[in-house]
Design a protein around this ligand. Structure first.
Ligand SMILES: CCCCCCCCCC(=O)SCCNC(=O)CCNC(=O)[C@H](O)C(C)(C)COP(=O)(O)OP(=O)(O)OC[C@H]1O[C@@H](n2cnc3c(N)ncnc32)[C@H](O)[C@@H]1OP(=O)(O)O
Length: 210
């Protein structure tokens, strides 16, 4: 379990690149595991090989996921973030960028690993992507914060295997509260999910940031 206050190692680009490559291969492995039909014996044999590889990676272990050297805010620098972290195989990953006027945007495609209703994206996955994008938009106003409320409106099913766009922007700041909204849009340009959120900056964020 990684503590919030644990000092994080910051990866240089040379360190991050091979770990991102490792995560990309594991992402392929996850999809292969979801879709494989190799049969029981082969599945057991592959599981044994994967267990051996896992032990090799565990041989030298950090106390907590590292940060990246790039990114304006802590939320952008989390290498192991489950939405945008290039080192996290669970993350699609969604490559989120912020414009000078505070709009956070990312294009991404979700494969069968993220299926909810047959052939569509799981609603919790859409929520996770929007939480991250809105959280990053909140951070563009200053320090950012923790999600206090997140409201979603699922307008139409979000397709798997097709290019999606997430966009978010902070609308106002009231003391430690930051309000933001955003959408996921399908390949036809129609919004599939809308979100509004309120983030609250904890007192310790004000001390820890930068
Ligand atoms: C390293 C970078 C990390 C960035 C990560 C971002 C990842 C993406 C975003 C997330 O997923 S965050 C994880 C999900 N969210 C949480 O786990 C939050 C859990 N809740 C908390 O930690 C605290 O409740 C919270 C920080 C949100 C508020 O605690 P505080 O002690 O700072 O709040 P306080 O009680 O002082 O209230 C401040 C104001 O906010 C209001 N408030 C607080 N929590 C609220 C809430 N949940 N709903 C509505 N209003 C809320 C509260 O009423 C009050 O309003 P007023 O000033 O008008 O009186």
């Amino acid at each position: 379990m990684s503590g919030a206050m644990t000092e994080r190692h910051t990866l240089g680009e040379d360190e991050a690149a091979p770990l991102a490559g490792l995560a990309a291969r594991v992402r392929e492995l996850i999809e292969a595991a979801v879709l494989t039909d190799v049969g029981r014996d082969e599945a057991r044999a592959v599981a044994d090989e994967i267990a051996a590889l896992t032990e090799r990676l565990r041989a030298v272990r950090r106390d907590a996921p590292p940060f990246l050297v790039t990114g304006a805010h802590r939320i952008d620098r989390q290498a192991g973030n489950p939405v945008s972290g290039p080192l996290n195989p669970v993350a699609p990953p969604v490559d989120l960028d912020a414009t000078a006027d505070g709009i956070v945007r990312g294009e991404f495609t979700l494969n069968d690993v993220y299926e909810g209703p047959p052939s569509y994206v799981h609603g919790g996955v859409s929520a996770m992507v929007l939480d991250q994008a809105l959280g990053m938009a909140a951070a563009q106003t200053g320090v950012g914060g923790m999600t206090a409320t997140l409201e979603l409106r699922y307008r139409r099913p979000t397709p798997l295997g097709m290019p999606l766009t997430v966009e978010a922007k902070a609308s106002r700041v009231e003391g430690r509260k930051i309000y933001a909204s955003g959408t996921i849009t399908g390949p036809d340009g129609r919004v599939t999910v809308e979100a509004t959120a309120m983030f609250v900056t904890p007192q310790n964020f004000l001390v820890q940031e930068r």
